[in-house]
Design a protein around this ligand. Structure first.
Ligand code: ADP
Ligand code: MN
Length: 177
């Protein structure tokens, strides 16, 4: 199968971005509307025992990336997945038809971090991650530029708008066999 060919009946979407930008919220709403499968990578890895402890800086499990990719392969091959993760460099490029990078204004993100009770150090690391557009760079390095899309996620209206746009894109998807 050629890379990123549209052979899947339903597309695979990756939602990435700095912690707190709204990946899980957006993915959950989108999954409900479109009936695509929401895969929260951290939770999935935890359920399948594919983790190596807890990363306190980014509030997530250290994931055994090779085992996780093996475990996800069949689902991804089938299509119709919304994968929700703060990193994207270890997934095979061929898995995704769209890579969405959520971005949030730093002052808004700061409030979300304090709501989550982040320590100063954690706050600084995550704020820097957003400021330097780490996830956008990672997405651009690992996927074709024309499938990487930035989505603003400052407000609930943004989520509504993003979900509408994505639902429309998904419903227009047709496989090319
Ligand atoms: P992530 O999965 O990227 O870490 P979450 O979806 O868990 O982010 O969201 C973190 C917090 O920020 C939640 O309390 C959520 O309600 C809030 N939030 C996320 N995105 C938005 C948004 N666009 N507008 C308002 N609140 C948001
Ligand atoms: Mn999340």
């Amino acid at each position: 199968m050629t890379q990123n060919s549209r052979y899947r009946k339903r597309p695979n979407i990756l939602i990435t971005g700095t912690p707190g930008t709204g990946k899980t919220t957006t993915a959950a709403v989108l999954a409900e509307v479109t009936e695509l499968r929401h895969i929260n990578v951290g939770d999935f890895a935890n359920e399948k025992n594919l983790t190596n402890g807890w990363d306190d800086t980014f509030d997530c499990y250290y994931i055994n990336e090779d085992l996780l990719c093996d475990e996800l392969e069949n689902l991804m091959e089938e299509g119709g997945n919304i994968v929700d993760h703060h990193g994207c460099d270890f997934f095979p490029e061929r898995w995704f038809d769209r890579v969405l990078v959520l971005q949030t204004d730093n002052s808004i993100l700061y409030d979300r971090f304090t709501m989550r009770g982040y320590s100063d150090q954690k706050l600084a690391s995550n704020t820097e991650c957003e400021m330097f557009q780490v996830l956008l760079e990672e997405a651009k390095e690992n996927y074709p530029e024309d499938i990487v899309v930035i989505l603003r996620s400052d407000s609930l209206e943004d989520i509504t708008k993003n979900v509408e746009k994505l639902t429309c894109w998904i419903s227009n998807w047709s496989p090319v066999l």
